[in-house]
Design a protein around this ligand. Structure first.
Ligand code: SF4
Ligand code: ZN
Length: 474
Protein backbone atom coordinates (compact mmCIF):
# COMPACT_ATOMS: atom_id res chain seq x y z
CA UNK A 1 0.00 0.00 0.00
CA UNK A 2 1.32 3.43 -0.82
CA UNK A 3 1.90 5.37 2.34
CA UNK A 4 2.64 9.08 2.22
CA UNK A 5 5.60 10.41 4.12
CA UNK A 6 3.93 12.72 6.60
CA UNK A 7 6.80 14.72 8.02
CA UNK A 8 9.68 14.89 5.58
CA UNK A 9 11.47 17.86 7.14
CA UNK A 10 11.10 20.09 10.20
CA UNK A 11 8.81 23.01 9.45
CA UNK A 12 10.56 26.33 8.85
CA UNK A 13 9.47 29.86 8.01
CA UNK A 14 11.53 32.26 5.92
CA UNK A 15 10.53 35.50 7.64
CA UNK A 16 12.19 37.81 5.11
CA UNK A 17 12.54 37.40 1.39
CA UNK A 18 12.10 39.52 -1.73
CA UNK A 19 10.21 37.09 -3.93
CA UNK A 20 9.28 39.84 -6.38
CA UNK A 21 12.94 40.45 -7.23
CA UNK A 22 13.61 40.25 -10.99
CA UNK A 23 16.03 37.40 -10.29
CA UNK A 24 13.05 35.22 -9.35
CA UNK A 25 10.94 36.20 -12.32
CA UNK A 26 9.22 33.20 -13.95
CA UNK A 27 10.67 30.96 -11.24
CA UNK A 28 8.26 31.48 -8.35
CA UNK A 29 6.72 27.99 -8.58
CA UNK A 30 10.12 26.30 -8.69
CA UNK A 31 11.50 28.44 -5.86
CA UNK A 32 8.50 27.63 -3.66
CA UNK A 33 8.68 23.93 -4.54
CA UNK A 34 12.34 23.83 -3.49
CA UNK A 35 11.43 25.70 -0.31
CA UNK A 36 8.74 23.14 0.55
CA UNK A 37 11.14 20.29 -0.14
CA UNK A 38 13.54 21.88 2.37
CA UNK A 39 10.72 22.12 4.95
CA UNK A 40 10.01 25.84 4.44
CA UNK A 41 6.23 26.03 4.60
CA UNK A 42 5.83 29.79 4.65
CA UNK A 43 7.79 32.70 3.29
CA UNK A 44 7.11 36.34 4.01
CA UNK A 45 7.82 38.49 0.99
CA UNK A 46 8.71 42.07 1.75
CA UNK A 47 7.83 45.42 0.21
CA UNK A 48 10.42 48.20 0.26
CA UNK A 49 8.43 50.87 -1.62
CA UNK A 50 4.95 51.20 -3.11
CA UNK A 51 5.60 49.11 -6.23
CA UNK A 52 7.23 46.21 -4.37
CA UNK A 53 4.57 46.36 -1.64
CA UNK A 54 1.90 45.94 -4.30
CA UNK A 55 3.79 43.01 -5.76
CA UNK A 56 4.14 41.40 -2.32
CA UNK A 57 0.35 41.58 -1.80
CA UNK A 58 -0.20 40.10 -5.25
CA UNK A 59 2.18 37.19 -4.58
CA UNK A 60 0.46 36.43 -1.26
CA UNK A 61 -2.85 36.34 -3.16
CA UNK A 62 -1.47 34.01 -5.81
CA UNK A 63 0.22 31.60 -3.40
CA UNK A 64 -1.81 31.80 -0.19
CA UNK A 65 -0.56 28.43 1.03
CA UNK A 66 3.07 29.44 0.87
CA UNK A 67 3.41 33.20 0.85
CA UNK A 68 2.50 36.03 3.21
CA UNK A 69 3.26 39.70 2.55
CA UNK A 70 4.68 42.74 4.30
CA UNK A 71 4.21 46.28 3.00
CA UNK A 72 6.11 49.46 3.82
CA UNK A 73 8.60 52.13 2.79
CA UNK A 74 12.29 51.56 3.41
CA UNK A 75 14.55 54.40 4.59
CA UNK A 76 16.09 54.67 1.11
CA UNK A 77 12.71 55.78 -0.21
CA UNK A 78 11.73 57.91 2.79
CA UNK A 79 11.41 60.94 0.51
CA UNK A 80 8.46 59.36 -1.31
CA UNK A 81 6.57 58.54 1.88
CA UNK A 82 4.18 61.48 2.10
CA UNK A 83 2.80 60.73 -1.37
CA UNK A 84 2.27 57.02 -0.86
CA UNK A 85 1.43 56.56 2.83
CA UNK A 86 -2.33 56.37 2.25
CA UNK A 87 -1.88 53.64 -0.30
CA UNK A 88 0.51 51.68 1.91
CA UNK A 89 -2.06 51.81 4.68
CA UNK A 90 -4.74 50.50 2.31
CA UNK A 91 -2.42 47.69 1.20
CA UNK A 92 -1.70 46.81 4.83
CA UNK A 93 -5.33 45.75 5.18
CA UNK A 94 -5.28 43.35 2.21
CA UNK A 95 -5.60 39.59 2.83
CA UNK A 96 -2.29 37.84 3.27
CA UNK A 97 -0.51 40.88 4.75
CA UNK A 98 1.07 39.89 8.06
CA UNK A 99 3.50 42.73 8.78
CA UNK A 100 4.47 46.32 8.06
CA UNK A 101 7.93 46.59 6.57
CA UNK A 102 10.58 46.79 5.84
CA UNK A 103 10.92 50.15 7.50
CA UNK A 104 13.77 51.60 9.53
CA UNK A 105 16.92 53.66 9.54
CA UNK A 106 19.95 53.33 7.28
CA UNK A 107 22.81 55.64 8.20
CA UNK A 108 25.25 53.53 6.22
CA UNK A 109 23.85 54.42 2.83
CA UNK A 110 22.19 57.67 3.96
CA UNK A 111 20.04 57.87 0.86
CA UNK A 112 17.55 60.19 2.57
CA UNK A 113 18.23 62.86 5.22
CA UNK A 114 18.39 61.27 8.67
CA UNK A 115 15.66 63.44 10.08
CA UNK A 116 13.31 62.44 7.28
CA UNK A 117 14.22 58.80 7.84
CA UNK A 118 13.36 59.09 11.54
CA UNK A 119 10.04 60.85 10.93
CA UNK A 120 9.01 58.34 8.31
CA UNK A 121 10.07 55.41 10.46
CA UNK A 122 8.17 56.67 13.49
CA UNK A 123 5.07 57.41 11.48
CA UNK A 124 5.07 53.91 10.01
CA UNK A 125 5.68 52.35 13.43
CA UNK A 126 2.63 54.19 14.74
CA UNK A 127 0.44 53.29 11.79
CA UNK A 128 1.47 49.63 11.93
CA UNK A 129 0.47 49.52 15.59
CA UNK A 130 -2.84 51.20 14.78
CA UNK A 131 -3.73 48.57 12.20
CA UNK A 132 -2.47 45.77 14.45
CA UNK A 133 0.55 44.65 12.43
CA UNK A 134 4.07 43.86 13.69
CA UNK A 135 6.95 45.80 12.12
CA UNK A 136 9.81 44.42 10.06
CA UNK A 137 12.74 46.67 10.77
CA UNK A 138 15.86 47.37 8.75
CA UNK A 139 18.69 49.10 10.61
CA UNK A 140 22.23 49.90 9.58
CA UNK A 141 24.60 51.90 11.75
CA UNK A 142 21.67 53.57 13.49
CA UNK A 143 20.87 51.38 16.47
CA UNK A 144 20.93 54.12 19.10
CA UNK A 145 18.34 56.19 17.23
CA UNK A 146 16.38 53.08 16.39
CA UNK A 147 16.05 52.04 20.02
CA UNK A 148 14.92 55.56 20.89
CA UNK A 149 12.11 55.29 18.33
CA UNK A 150 11.09 51.88 19.68
CA UNK A 151 10.98 53.38 23.19
CA UNK A 152 8.76 56.14 21.91
CA UNK A 153 6.07 53.79 20.62
CA UNK A 154 6.34 51.23 23.38
CA UNK A 155 3.04 52.02 25.08
CA UNK A 156 0.95 52.45 21.95
CA UNK A 157 -2.10 50.20 21.77
CA UNK A 158 -2.95 48.08 18.72
CA UNK A 159 -1.14 44.78 19.23
CA UNK A 160 -2.12 42.57 22.12
CA UNK A 161 1.34 42.25 23.59
CA UNK A 162 4.70 41.33 22.03
CA UNK A 163 6.23 40.48 19.66
CA UNK A 164 5.88 43.97 18.19
CA UNK A 165 8.28 43.31 15.35
CA UNK A 166 11.63 41.99 14.26
CA UNK A 167 15.03 43.60 13.75
CA UNK A 168 15.69 41.87 10.47
CA UNK A 169 19.21 40.83 9.47
CA UNK A 170 20.44 42.08 12.81
CA UNK A 171 23.77 43.92 12.72
CA UNK A 172 23.94 45.60 16.14
CA UNK A 173 25.79 44.47 19.24
CA UNK A 174 24.65 42.26 22.08
CA UNK A 175 23.55 45.11 24.35
CA UNK A 176 21.37 46.51 21.55
CA UNK A 177 19.90 43.12 20.83
CA UNK A 178 19.00 42.62 24.48
CA UNK A 179 17.41 46.04 24.74
CA UNK A 180 15.31 45.36 21.61
CA UNK A 181 14.22 42.02 23.10
CA UNK A 182 13.24 43.77 26.35
CA UNK A 183 11.13 46.16 24.32
CA UNK A 184 9.28 43.22 22.77
CA UNK A 185 11.13 42.77 19.49
CA UNK A 186 12.69 39.69 17.93
CA UNK A 187 16.06 39.30 16.29
CA UNK A 188 16.17 38.17 12.65
CA UNK A 189 19.04 35.85 11.79
CA UNK A 190 20.05 35.26 8.18
CA UNK A 191 22.87 33.85 6.09
CA UNK A 192 25.55 35.97 7.78
CA UNK A 193 25.55 33.49 10.68
CA UNK A 194 27.03 30.90 8.30
CA UNK A 195 29.80 33.12 6.91
CA UNK A 196 33.27 31.89 7.69
CA UNK A 197 34.43 35.31 8.89
CA UNK A 198 31.40 35.93 11.14
CA UNK A 199 32.78 34.45 14.36
CA UNK A 200 31.78 37.33 16.62
CA UNK A 201 28.26 37.43 15.18
CA UNK A 202 27.95 33.70 15.89
CA UNK A 203 28.97 34.39 19.50
CA UNK A 204 26.22 36.98 19.72
CA UNK A 205 23.63 34.53 18.33
CA UNK A 206 24.79 31.85 20.75
CA UNK A 207 24.24 34.24 23.67
CA UNK A 208 20.69 35.25 22.78
CA UNK A 209 17.65 33.19 23.84
CA UNK A 210 16.54 30.88 21.03
CA UNK A 211 12.93 31.96 21.70
CA UNK A 212 13.82 35.51 20.61
CA UNK A 213 15.17 34.52 17.21
CA UNK A 214 13.46 34.16 13.86
CA UNK A 215 15.14 32.94 10.70
CA UNK A 216 15.32 34.56 7.31
CA UNK A 217 17.17 34.54 4.02
CA UNK A 218 16.76 38.13 2.77
CA UNK A 219 16.91 36.41 -0.61
CA UNK A 220 17.98 37.01 -3.30
CA UNK A 221 20.71 38.74 -1.23
CA UNK A 222 23.09 37.36 1.40
CA UNK A 223 23.15 33.68 0.42
CA UNK A 224 24.48 31.49 3.24
CA UNK A 225 27.64 29.44 3.02
CA UNK A 226 28.30 27.47 0.74
CA UNK A 227 26.27 29.57 -1.70
CA UNK A 228 27.74 32.89 -0.61
CA UNK A 229 27.87 35.40 -3.47
CA UNK A 230 25.26 33.52 -5.52
CA UNK A 231 21.51 34.10 -5.72
CA UNK A 232 19.89 33.29 -2.39
CA UNK A 233 16.45 31.67 -2.11
CA UNK A 234 13.98 30.68 0.66
CA UNK A 235 15.02 26.99 0.71
CA UNK A 236 18.40 28.08 2.12
CA UNK A 237 16.82 29.21 5.37
CA UNK A 238 17.42 25.62 6.35
CA UNK A 239 21.17 26.25 6.26
CA UNK A 240 20.61 29.15 8.65
CA UNK A 241 18.49 26.89 10.90
CA UNK A 242 21.22 24.24 10.93
CA UNK A 243 23.82 26.75 12.04
CA UNK A 244 21.57 28.25 14.72
CA UNK A 245 20.77 24.73 16.00
CA UNK A 246 24.48 24.00 16.23
CA UNK A 247 25.18 27.24 18.11
CA UNK A 248 22.40 26.53 20.60
CA UNK A 249 23.29 22.87 20.98
CA UNK A 250 19.85 21.66 19.88
CA UNK A 251 18.94 19.37 17.00
CA UNK A 252 17.66 20.95 13.80
CA UNK A 253 14.16 19.81 14.64
CA UNK A 254 14.06 21.59 17.97
CA UNK A 255 15.53 24.81 16.59
CA UNK A 256 13.01 24.69 13.72
CA UNK A 257 10.11 24.05 16.05
CA UNK A 258 11.03 26.91 18.39
CA UNK A 259 11.87 29.52 15.73
CA UNK A 260 8.80 28.58 13.67
CA UNK A 261 6.52 28.92 16.69
CA UNK A 262 8.09 32.35 17.32
CA UNK A 263 7.58 33.38 13.68
CA UNK A 264 3.96 32.30 13.92
CA UNK A 265 3.52 34.41 17.05
CA UNK A 266 5.17 37.36 15.32
CA UNK A 267 2.92 37.23 12.27
CA UNK A 268 -0.18 36.16 14.21
CA UNK A 269 -0.51 33.06 12.04
CA UNK A 270 -2.45 31.15 14.66
CA UNK A 271 -1.14 28.47 16.92
CA UNK A 272 -1.02 25.20 15.02
CA UNK A 273 1.10 23.70 17.78
CA UNK A 274 -1.01 20.59 17.30
CA UNK A 275 -1.81 20.81 13.62
CA UNK A 276 0.09 22.56 10.85
CA UNK A 277 -2.87 21.73 8.66
CA UNK A 278 -6.62 22.19 8.55
CA UNK A 279 -8.57 19.38 10.20
CA UNK A 280 -11.80 20.90 8.88
CA UNK A 281 -12.16 23.41 6.04
CA UNK A 282 -15.17 25.16 4.57
CA UNK A 283 -15.50 25.35 0.78
CA UNK A 284 -18.61 26.92 -0.68
CA UNK A 285 -21.57 25.94 1.50
CA UNK A 286 -20.10 22.65 2.67
CA UNK A 287 -17.75 21.82 5.48
CA UNK A 288 -15.04 19.28 4.67
CA UNK A 289 -13.33 17.06 7.21
CA UNK A 290 -9.75 15.90 6.83
CA UNK A 291 -9.15 12.82 8.99
CA UNK A 292 -6.06 11.36 7.33
CA UNK A 293 -3.23 11.91 4.86
CA UNK A 294 -2.92 8.20 4.15
CA UNK A 295 -4.41 6.72 1.03
CA UNK A 296 -4.62 3.27 -0.53
CA UNK A 297 -4.25 4.77 -4.01
CA UNK A 298 -1.84 7.08 -5.77
CA UNK A 299 -4.08 8.49 -8.50
CA UNK A 300 -2.33 10.19 -11.40
CA UNK A 301 -4.76 13.12 -11.20
CA UNK A 302 -4.69 13.58 -7.42
CA UNK A 303 -4.07 17.19 -6.37
CA UNK A 304 -2.13 16.12 -3.31
CA UNK A 305 0.66 14.88 -5.57
CA UNK A 306 1.76 18.46 -6.20
CA UNK A 307 -0.14 20.65 -3.77
CA UNK A 308 -0.03 21.18 -0.04
CA UNK A 309 -3.75 21.85 0.12
CA UNK A 310 -6.82 23.31 -1.51
CA UNK A 311 -8.67 26.59 -1.47
CA UNK A 312 -6.04 28.24 0.72
CA UNK A 313 -6.10 25.43 3.30
CA UNK A 314 -3.08 23.32 4.02
CA UNK A 315 -4.29 19.71 4.08
CA UNK A 316 -1.19 17.59 4.48
CA UNK A 317 -1.50 16.63 8.13
CA UNK A 318 1.44 16.61 10.53
CA UNK A 319 -0.37 14.00 12.57
CA UNK A 320 -3.79 12.41 12.40
CA UNK A 321 -6.53 14.06 14.46
CA UNK A 322 -8.65 12.14 16.96
CA UNK A 323 -12.44 12.24 16.59
CA UNK A 324 -12.60 14.76 19.45
CA UNK A 325 -10.21 17.09 17.60
CA UNK A 326 -12.45 17.01 14.52
CA UNK A 327 -15.63 17.56 16.53
CA UNK A 328 -13.97 20.46 18.37
CA UNK A 329 -12.90 22.01 15.06
CA UNK A 330 -16.42 21.67 13.58
CA UNK A 331 -18.07 23.56 16.41
CA UNK A 332 -21.55 24.11 15.01
CA UNK A 333 -22.49 22.09 11.90
CA UNK A 334 -25.83 23.84 11.33
CA UNK A 335 -24.73 26.55 8.84
CA UNK A 336 -23.58 23.99 6.26
CA UNK A 337 -25.49 22.20 3.52
CA UNK A 338 -23.44 19.08 3.92
CA UNK A 339 -20.57 17.82 6.03
CA UNK A 340 -18.18 15.84 3.85
CA UNK A 341 -15.40 13.50 4.90
CA UNK A 342 -12.88 14.39 2.23
CA UNK A 343 -9.32 15.40 2.99
CA UNK A 344 -5.95 14.52 1.59
CA UNK A 345 -6.40 10.78 1.92
CA UNK A 346 -8.91 7.94 2.23
CA UNK A 347 -11.25 8.64 5.21
CA UNK A 348 -12.42 5.04 5.63
CA UNK A 349 -8.91 3.98 6.54
CA UNK A 350 -10.03 5.40 9.91
CA UNK A 351 -13.59 4.05 10.18
CA UNK A 352 -13.69 4.41 13.99
CA UNK A 353 -13.08 8.15 13.66
CA UNK A 354 -15.63 8.49 10.83
CA UNK A 355 -18.25 6.63 12.89
CA UNK A 356 -17.69 8.69 16.04
CA UNK A 357 -17.79 12.03 14.21
CA UNK A 358 -20.73 11.00 11.97
CA UNK A 359 -22.64 9.87 15.05
CA UNK A 360 -22.13 13.28 16.69
CA UNK A 361 -23.18 14.96 13.42
CA UNK A 362 -26.29 12.87 12.91
CA UNK A 363 -27.43 13.72 16.46
CA UNK A 364 -27.31 17.33 15.32
CA UNK A 365 -29.32 16.67 12.15
CA UNK A 366 -26.43 17.31 9.74
CA UNK A 367 -26.34 15.73 6.30
CA UNK A 368 -23.19 13.61 6.04
CA UNK A 369 -21.34 12.40 2.96
CA UNK A 370 -18.20 10.29 2.81
CA UNK A 371 -16.00 10.61 -0.27
CA UNK A 372 -14.14 7.34 -0.61
CA UNK A 373 -12.25 5.26 -3.13
CA UNK A 374 -14.01 2.12 -1.86
CA UNK A 375 -10.88 0.08 -1.14
CA UNK A 376 -10.26 0.76 2.55
CA UNK A 377 -11.88 -2.53 3.62
CA UNK A 378 -9.28 -4.39 1.58
CA UNK A 379 -6.43 -2.56 3.30
CA UNK A 380 -7.99 -3.29 6.68
CA UNK A 381 -8.65 -6.94 5.88
CA UNK A 382 -12.42 -6.87 6.40
CA UNK A 383 -15.39 -7.26 4.07
CA UNK A 384 -17.00 -4.22 2.48
CA UNK A 385 -20.31 -5.09 4.15
CA UNK A 386 -18.86 -5.22 7.64
CA UNK A 387 -17.08 -1.89 7.23
CA UNK A 388 -20.28 -0.33 5.91
CA UNK A 389 -22.50 -1.75 8.68
CA UNK A 390 -20.99 0.67 11.17
CA UNK A 391 -21.94 3.66 9.01
CA UNK A 392 -25.63 2.78 8.65
CA UNK A 393 -27.96 5.48 9.86
CA UNK A 394 -25.03 7.92 10.27
CA UNK A 395 -23.95 8.61 6.70
CA UNK A 396 -26.43 9.84 4.11
CA UNK A 397 -24.35 9.49 0.99
CA UNK A 398 -21.31 7.56 -0.13
CA UNK A 399 -19.51 9.17 -3.06
CA UNK A 400 -17.24 6.52 -4.53
CA UNK A 401 -14.40 7.40 -6.95
CA UNK A 402 -14.87 4.75 -9.61
CA UNK A 403 -12.82 6.43 -12.33
CA UNK A 404 -12.63 3.46 -14.68
CA UNK A 405 -14.80 0.81 -16.34
CA UNK A 406 -12.30 -2.03 -16.00
CA UNK A 407 -9.40 -3.19 -13.85
CA UNK A 408 -6.71 -2.36 -16.37
CA UNK A 409 -7.77 1.25 -16.77
CA UNK A 410 -8.26 1.55 -13.00
CA UNK A 411 -4.74 0.24 -12.38
CA UNK A 412 -3.24 2.79 -14.73
CA UNK A 413 -5.16 5.81 -13.44
CA UNK A 414 -5.45 5.07 -9.73
CA UNK A 415 -2.29 3.03 -9.14
CA UNK A 416 -3.75 1.15 -6.16
CA UNK A 417 -1.37 -0.10 -3.50
CA UNK A 418 -3.48 -3.28 -3.37
CA UNK A 419 -2.77 -4.04 -7.06
CA UNK A 420 -5.22 -6.13 -9.08
CA UNK A 421 -7.42 -6.82 -6.07
CA UNK A 422 -8.43 -3.15 -5.86
CA UNK A 423 -10.90 -2.78 -8.74
CA UNK A 424 -13.07 -5.79 -7.81
CA UNK A 425 -12.98 -4.50 -4.23
CA UNK A 426 -14.41 -1.14 -5.35
CA UNK A 427 -17.23 -2.96 -7.15
CA UNK A 428 -17.90 -5.05 -4.02
CA UNK A 429 -18.01 -1.93 -1.94
CA UNK A 430 -20.54 -0.25 -4.24
CA UNK A 431 -22.75 -3.37 -4.37
CA UNK A 432 -22.68 -3.78 -0.60
CA UNK A 433 -23.46 -0.09 -0.03
CA UNK A 434 -26.44 -0.22 -2.40
CA UNK A 435 -27.68 -3.42 -0.75
CA UNK A 436 -27.47 -1.78 2.69
CA UNK A 437 -29.62 1.11 1.49
CA UNK A 438 -27.02 3.89 1.23
CA UNK A 439 -27.41 6.61 -1.37
CA UNK A 440 -24.41 5.84 -3.59
CA UNK A 441 -22.94 8.11 -6.24
CA UNK A 442 -20.04 6.95 -8.35
CA UNK A 443 -17.74 9.54 -9.83
CA UNK A 444 -15.12 9.75 -12.53
CA UNK A 445 -12.67 12.51 -13.29
CA UNK A 446 -13.16 13.84 -16.83
CA UNK A 447 -9.60 13.27 -17.97
CA UNK A 448 -8.66 14.14 -21.54
CA UNK A 449 -9.22 11.08 -23.75
CA UNK A 450 -11.16 9.10 -21.13
CA UNK A 451 -14.57 7.82 -22.27
CA UNK A 452 -16.97 8.35 -19.38
CA UNK A 453 -19.96 6.56 -20.95
CA UNK A 454 -18.95 2.99 -19.98
CA UNK A 455 -18.16 4.15 -16.42
CA UNK A 456 -21.60 5.70 -16.14
CA UNK A 457 -23.15 2.49 -17.49
CA UNK A 458 -21.24 0.43 -14.94
CA UNK A 459 -22.47 2.67 -12.11
CA UNK A 460 -26.06 2.24 -13.29
CA UNK A 461 -25.59 -1.53 -13.50
CA UNK A 462 -24.43 -1.52 -9.88
CA UNK A 463 -27.50 0.48 -8.83
CA UNK A 464 -25.59 3.72 -8.13
CA UNK A 465 -25.84 7.27 -9.43
CA UNK A 466 -23.09 8.95 -11.39
CA UNK A 467 -21.30 12.31 -11.20
CA UNK A 468 -18.65 13.62 -13.54
CA UNK A 469 -15.82 15.45 -11.78
CA UNK A 470 -13.90 18.19 -13.51
CA UNK A 471 -10.22 17.62 -13.98
CA UNK A 472 -8.08 20.45 -12.59
CA UNK A 473 -4.73 20.26 -14.30
CA UNK A 474 -2.12 22.35 -12.47
S1 SF4 B 1 -8.07 8.09 -3.85
FE1 SF4 B 1 -8.37 10.31 -3.65
S2 SF4 B 1 -6.89 10.95 -2.10
FE2 SF4 B 1 -6.30 8.92 -2.74
S3 SF4 B 1 -4.78 9.26 -4.32
FE3 SF4 B 1 -6.76 9.03 -5.35
S4 SF4 B 1 -7.59 11.09 -5.59
FE4 SF4 B 1 -5.90 11.19 -4.09
ZN1 ZN C 1 15.08 42.92 2.93
Amino acid sequence: MSRANLAPAPELVDTHTHLDDPRFEGRTEAVLARARAAGVHRVVTIGINLATSRRAVKLAGEYPLDVSAAVGIMPHDADTYQNVKKEIEELSKEPGVVAWGEIGLDYHRDRAPREVQRDVFLDQLKRSRAVGLPAIIHCREAHADLLECLEEVKDLPGLKGPPYGVLHCFSGDEREARRAIELGYLIGIGGVVTFQNARSFRELVRGLPLESLVLETDSPYLAPHPHRGKRNEPAYVRLVAERVAELHGTGLEEAARITTATARRLFRLGEPEDFGAAVVYPLGRNLYLNPTSHCTNDCTFCVRRHKLGLGGWRLWLDREPAAGDIIGAIGDPSPYNEIVFCGFGEPLLRPEVVVEVACWLSERGARVRVNTNGTAHLARGVSAASLLQGLRGLVNELAVSLNAADAEEYGKLCRPGEGDAAFPAVLDFIRAAVALGFEVTCSAVALPGLDLAPIEDLAAELGAGFRKRTHRPD
